[in-house]
Design a protein. Sequence first.
Length: 283
Amino acid sequence: MLKQRLITALVLLALLLPALFASSPDPFAALTLILIAAGAWEWGRMNGCARLASWGTGALALLICTLFWQTKWIEQTSAFVWLFVGSAWVLIGAWMLLRGVAAWSRWPFFMRWSLGLMALCFAWLALAQARWTGPNFLLSVLVLVWAADVFAYFAGRALGGRWSHSKLAVSISPGKTWEGVWGGMAGVLLVSLCWIQADQYFEFSDPSFHTRLWRQGWWFWLAALVFMTCMSVVGDLVESLIKRSAGVKDSSGLLPGHGGVLDRVDALLPTLPLAMMIMTWSS
């Protein structure tokens, strides 16, 4: 399993990194569009779609994102679009977690299917727009989410249950602890401070997400990063809830050793649009 994970990760990095740092944002947008379409195919399967309908879900995601691209939404999107998408993630995500696994399956099929499809399409739009803003900006958002996940894992393993006697969401993801959440927040703040220093030292042409937050004041920086860390946890838990409802361990086997595309991007689905919402409304 470890060998598979390593090989898959190296292949993905070999494809994504050159596209990320290419002179044009188009290669990265095209490559990630394929991944999002694959995630939409997984979404169709997890919601009980037949084989043809699942492929159709992937094709529809491809079409919607291509329309976003052709209409130049990746260059500039209305601030109200990001406010709507970000607010929807906060409200619907909280509602889903409060209601639990059983409530999700009682939603009408079309509502479940369309919500997931739109979440994937707007996550791709945020990803493409962040890359259009600049590689440093996009990478700083991605690393924020990865840092939250990595620090939460190690903090949860080392400290889980020592201070809090209740799990984070035992009926959805039994392994997650409050200590992991706090560790993830601490890790994100540490990484952010280091990134701000790197921005100042290297003088990147596109300031990172962290530097842009810091320029609004340390209090804004702190509140935004705590909020983003919390929403990365929400994204992770929402996908776990949906997988439990569907009775599957992984969204698919497309990425050997890692599961499916949705298993890798779950925390990014809310955080990417929210990063763009914060940036458009604070600039």
